[in-house]
Design a protein around this ligand. Structure first.
Ligand SMILES: [Zn+2]
Ligand SMILES: [Zn+2]
Ligand SMILES: [Zn+2]
Length: 137
């Protein structure tokens, strides 16, 4: 069994050629990729199908979307313990302004805040802008 097959199997998803294709591509890339990069890497795959595959992965704890305001949504592989109902990898993301990479800061936690009464928080995401270690002089 390949690593992609193992991941799909572990999350209870049916193994299809398209899912394997997208997952294998995500596994070989060092940084989270968005739909555009995936489509460039997989020229024979249909954009809508790639999008739907990412959505399925996201709903099943295989990838987590990184919303970044001004660029397209990027998808990063989750750590093994994310489940379909809950993404447990609530870590900050670092957006390097020099190399434009987005890096999962998995060792850090998104700080818990005391929200004012009456505010029901549904989702928290944290993206930090700066210059990554590789780009420092
Ligand atoms: Zn996750
Ligand atoms: Zn950088
Ligand atoms: Zn991440």
């Amino acid at each position: 069994m390949s690593e992609s097959e193992r991941i799909l199997d572990q999350k209870g998803l049916r193994i299809t050629p398209m899912r394997l294709l997208v997952l294998e591509q995500l596994l070989v890339q060092e940084t989270p990729s968005g739909l555009n990069a995936l489509q460039t890497a997989l020229p024979r795959a249909d954009r809508t199908t790639i999008y739907r595959t990412l959505k399925t992965f996201s709903e099943n704890g295989i990838v987590h979307p990184i919303e970044n305001g001004n660029t397209e949504v990027k998808y990063a592989l989750c750590r093994a313990f994310c489940t379909a109902s809950e993404h447990l990898d609530k870590h900050p993301h670092f957006h390097c302004q020099t190399c434009q990479r987005i890096i999962c800061l998995e060792a850090l936690d998104v700080p818990a805040l005391d929200y004012p009464n009456g505010y029901l928080v549904q989702e928290v995401s944290m993206t930090v802008k700066g210059i990554c270690a590789q780009c420092q002089p």
